[in-house]
Design a protein. Structure first.
Length: 161
């Protein structure tokens, strides 16, 4: 009895297998081997159908631009976070930090791709908050985090600044 061995193809072999699988998926059309995809590219089929199509590498979605956080009212506990839309975004993920504008961010919530704002009313007194946003296209094609919003704080008198 012989022990089965697992073969681990090199990156080039995986690349060739991927191109072959893409050729089969496209109806047998012969394709030149596309460049190797990396963490910044996503393969899509363009013009697919009965006649086939072509494989195309697309870049990561852009970071949502111009994020801002504004107090909805001076006395209150609601901060409205807004950002610019990213084409084809299916969801946006909101990250929040209570540490600084450059660290301590963790996933806070997710909203649909048609939304470009988020209202947050879950705060602690004498705390500061910063937000960042990412856009996701499809199921798991997520771009980089946006820049941080300006700091917003809740004072001892429950004043948002």
């Amino acid at each position: 009895m012989t022990a089965a061995r697992r073969l681990r193809p090199s990156v080039g072999a995986w690349h060739a297998l991927g191109a072959a699988a893409l050729t089969v998926c496209l109806g047998g059309a012969a394709l030149a081997a596309p460049p190797i995809a990396d963490a910044a590219t996503n393969w899509t089929v363009v013009g697919g159908g009965a006649g086939g199509g072509t494989g195309q590498a697309e870049p990561l979605p852009a970071a949502p631009g111009s994020p801002n956080a504004a107090c909805v009212s001076i006395v209150g506990w609601t901060i409205k976070v807004t950002w610019n839309a990213v084409p084809h975004a299916s969801t946006y993920t909101i990250y929040r930090s209570t540490s600084s504008s450059s660290s301590g961010f963790s996933v806070y919530d997710t909203v649909s791709g048609g939304t470009t704002s988020y209202s947050d009313s879950n705060f602690s007194v004498l705390s500061s908050y910063w937000y960042r946003i990412t856009a996701t296209v499809g199921v798991n094609w997520t771009g980089p985090q946006s820049a941080s919003t300006p700091k917003r704080s809740i004072s001892l008198l429950l004043v948002c600044t």
